[in-house]
Design a protein around this ligand. Sequence first.
Ligand code: KG4
Ligand code: ZN
Length: 333
Amino acid sequence: MSVILAIESSCDETAAAICRDGEILSNIIASQQIHTQYGGVVPELASRAHMQQIVPVVSQSLLEAAVPLTAVDAIAFTQAPGLIGALFVGAQFARSLSLALDKPLIAVHHMQAHVLANLIGAEKPAFPFLCLTVSGGHTQIVRCLSPYELVVIGETMDDAAGEAFDKSAKLLDLPYPGGPLIDQYAKQGNPKAFRFPEPQIPGLNFSFSGLKTAILYFLQENTAKDPAFVEKHKADICASIQYRIVSILMNKLKKAAVDTGIKTVCLAGGVSANSGLREALQQTGAEMGWRTYYPALQYCTDNAAMIAMTGWYKYLQQDFSPLDSVPTARAGW
Ligand code: KG4
Ligand code: ZN
């Protein structure tokens, strides 16, 4: 039996999880509320909050899993990508534990971990599969051949899908992060009420910056005529924005499935918590004959269970990292 303790600190969630032989025993997340008042994540404040939260969060993860620290066989941590100061806190904590316990250290790539969140639990996709990974910083279509062989075959050329949600929400004066709020309002709105443009980008890449500009002009024009326009039509505007973001994502995913011939299709990342996207995957999957999967909601947004799962696969390969491995803000696989 092997126990992995995992730490995630790449952005504004301080998280720790325990995994035993590929099964998640605990998944603790402390979300940093301090950023809401600034309308976005303030890196310096994120690092400080990680410093405050990391000991209680790790202690809680061990307690909930009923695993003593001495039973831990390896320590996994998020090495990249993310806010560099935030990453340093988790990395430094992980390497200190590794040194103190004399147990191996496992460096995990955050985006690989989002994809492998689909392997948590009983119902898992079989390889090969495609994964649409949509988060606050990334939008990728990933061809997944094994837990160790992930190839990005499409990605955004500008904003990420999560940014498209959050920036649209900001234009509507909704607090950060606005993605989940757009999802909530969209449930009461008509997705066809307003028509936003779909960019014509060749291949499997995405672009969301034109959509953001179109929404800005649309709001400026309509509020000039009626200052209460947003208040009167909030649900319809949110539903129409969500409809367009989801259709951009699904059209590329369809193309990727046709191009690669792969019919097992997954979602991952914070935006995969979006109810419209989850429904669209099921609906498109039924039309196209796909087997479809998405992680449970607590494994979509940033969490350490996905780091633990990826750490477990790396542990099986004895893929350990030297104690002097340094986090990087940006990194390939
Ligand atoms: O994966 P994640 O937690 O952090 C990054 O690695 O970036 O993703 C955060 C993103 C934010 O942009 C947030 O607004 C978005 O995921 N998000 C959602 C929903 N829940 C989280 N976007 C749309 N609908 C949701 N329900
Ligand atoms: Zn993430």
